[in-house]
Design a protein around this ligand. Structure first.
Ligand code: NAD
Length: 257
């Protein structure tokens, strides 16, 4: 018996095998969940199709670019024709312009700031609102992905740190808003993991090395560390937890000097 037997979970944010969202998908699959996936655009559809071919059952898949008006509603409308409800949503989406993930924070443009907020923080609100009808009355759970740069200054993380702060705050406001409908919302603050998005952050290798040297567990975390915690947060084992940020960072965030 799996932790997620009989549960329907939608995953937003698988780009490739290294995506954190794919680690979450593997953990959920192992625990018996039925999965659906979004892809950002047609260019990314092929990569996802190859990946999901490894799954025993062909999952629902549809496009959803959170910056395209109507895409979120179209996604859920199509999903609603296949599924009678949704028990979990994984938000594993972020974007900032490469030139704003390095250099002086004071050079952040309004356009770059707004884009990072829209894709990386507002989209959580959009995806929860869009999914409410399908989640109503099912004790559903939503999980999003944050990073330590939300609360402390991490060199080069810049505009994304501000977007993650908004994401964590949105997690709390959403948890309070949708809690009366039986929906929980939590964030995982993951340690640095080598993925396509992460490589856009200037000097990312230094972050990885520093964590492995200093974290209490003296190692980096990986996609499966995060996937297992996400499975817990999406499962009934965490039924009393909402509005929280849970650290999956080998303990790095507890360190002072
Ligand atoms: P990734 O590049 O594999 O995934 C990012 C995903 O965001 C991609 O699937 C991409 O298609 C999607 N995306 C970007 N713009 C979008 C848009 N407009 N509409 C819809 N989807 C869009 O990278 P990842 O590292 O797996 O990132 C997943 C999440 O984990 C992000 O929120 C990221 O900030 C967070 N995170 C990553 C790390 C890390 O070190 N890798 C650490 C902590 C948190």
């Amino acid at each position: 018996m799996g932790l997620m037997d009989g549960k329907n979970v939608v995953i937003f944010g698988v780009a490739n095998k290294r995506s954190i969202a794919w680690g979450i998908a593997e953990a959920l699959q192992r625990e018996g969940a039925k999965l659906a996936f979004s892809y950002q655009n047609e260019r990314m559809q092929g990569a996802l199709e190859k990946l999901v071919a490894e799954l025993p059952e062909k999952p629902f898949m549809a496009p959803c670019d959170v910056t395209v008006e109507g895409d979120i509603d179209r996604f859920y409308e199509a999903l609603g024709k296949e599924w009678d409800g949704v028990d979990g949503i994984v938000h594993s989406i972020a974007f900032a312009k490469r030139e704003e993930l390095g250099g002086n924070f004071r050079d952040t443009s309004w356009e770059g700031y707004a884009l990072a907020q829209q894709v990386s923080a507002w989209s959580l609100i959009g995806l929860v609102k869009g999914g409410m009808k399908l989640m109503e009355g099912r004790d559903a759970s939503v999980v999003c992905l944050s990073y330590y740069g939300a609360e402390k200054v991490v060199t080069n993380y810049n505009v994304m740190g501000v977007a993650k702060a908004a994401l964590e705050s949105s997690t709390r406001y959403l948890a309070n808003d949708v809690g009366p409908h039986g929906v929980r919302v939590n964030a995982i603050s993951a340690g640095p993991i080598k993925t396509v998005s992460a490589m856009g952050v200037g000097d990312f290798g230094t972050l990885l090395d520093s964590m492995a040297q200093k974290a209490p567990l003296r190692r980096n975390v990986d996609q499966m560390d995060v996937g297992n915690t996400a499975a817990f947060l999406l499962s009934p084992l965490s039924n009393g937890i909402t509005g929280q940020v849970l650290y999956v960072d080998a303990g790095y965030s507890i360190l002072g000097i």
